[in-house]
Write a protein that binds this ligand. Structure first.
Ligand SMILES: C[S@@+](CC[C@H](N)C(=O)[O-])C[C@H]1O[C@@H](n2cnc3c(N)ncnc32)[C@H](O)[C@@H]1O
Length: 268
């Protein structure tokens, strides 16, 4: 399989997550995470566009936060089916729409109404054309809207991870399980033991990270392809100079950096 043909089946991983792990506690953690970064008490009166919605967890959290309108889309039909199941579990609210579409499809993007909060968490670096994807996502931001992004940050280990991800995607199912176990030993078990902590507590408490599940995230991290990353200063400069967006919040994490941009106000 060559690199161009390689695509990680994100939707299948999300399907497993929803079947095995989604519950109200995770939805509330996700809701709190989103509101905290937006520095908003709720989303009442706001429209929310979930670009690359994956499982639909964040959209579900936006629903709980009182969003007036939610539009979720993903290019992977399995992600779309999974998000539709989550919407069905929430009573199919009429103000939540789920679509199959790509952020790289300019026709599709221009068919959507612009929103107050455009949310693309961990998505645009998996499109194969990250900078185009940032630009197209930004077109969805309404006049007083914000763009909430999470993007992988370039690190000295970036090249190493690119090699690991390629190896993982080409591996047999059995070999993938071995790589997941090896990752877990190297990046959780050993470091936690060295810190004198119980690795099981780390795994149990992992839901505190945006309501996610440990195993879903390991598979997503090892498999997530296409893959790109960016230096924080390049993202901020690109958004300011090319898209006229100003940074209003930022949070660095282990692999992802969260950015919150808003349209620059004329004369501001
Ligand atoms: C790592 S997951 C993140 C899912 C979700 N945003 C979250 O925070 O859990 C990346 C998602 O982006 C989707 N995706 C990748 N390329 C896309 C594209 N061109 N347009 C829309 N979605 C895309 C994948 O199918 C996958 O569901």
């Amino acid at each position: 399989m060559n690199e161009q043909e390689m695509v990680f089946p994100f939707g299948k991983n999300w399907d497993q997550f929803v079947r095995k792990a989604l519950n109200d506690e995770r939805i509330q953690i996700s809701r709190r995470h989103i509101l905290a970064f937006l520095e908003m008490p709720d989303l009442k009166g706001k429209s929310f566009i979930d670009v690359g919605c994956g499982s639909g967890l964040s959209s579900r959290a936006a629903l709980d936060a009182g969003a007036r309108k939610i539009v979720s889309f993903d290019s992977d039909p399995d992600s779309v089916k999974t998000a539709e199941r989550v919407r069905a579990m929430s009573g199919n609210p009429p103000h939540w729409t789920i679509l199959c579409g790509s952020v790289l499809d300019e026709g599709f993007i221009s068919s959507l109404e612009r929103g107050d909060i455009v949310y693309a968490w961990g998505v645009l670096h998996h499109t194969g054309r990250m900078w185009n994807a940032i630009e197209y996502a930004s077109r969805l931001v309404g006049d007083r809207g914000v763009l909430y992004l999470a993007l992988y940050t370039t690190s000295p280990r970036s090249d190493y991870w690119v090699r690991v991800k390629k190896r993982y995607n080409r591996a047999s199912a059995a070999r993938k399980r071995i790589m997941e176990a090896a990752y877990s030993i190297r990046h959780t078990l050993v470091p936690e033991l060295l810190r004198g902590r119980n690795p099981r507590s780390f795994i149990r408490n992992y839901r505190g990270v945006r309501g996610m599940s440990y195993l879903t995230d390991i598979r997503d991290w090892l498999g997530g392809w296409p893959y790109e990353d960016a230096r924080i200063e390049d993202v901020v400069r690109f958004c300011r100079k090319k898209l006229d967006l100003e940074l209003i919040n930022i949070k660095t994490g282990e692999a992802n950096t969260e950015y919150l941009f808003r349209r620059r106000v004329a004369g501001g």
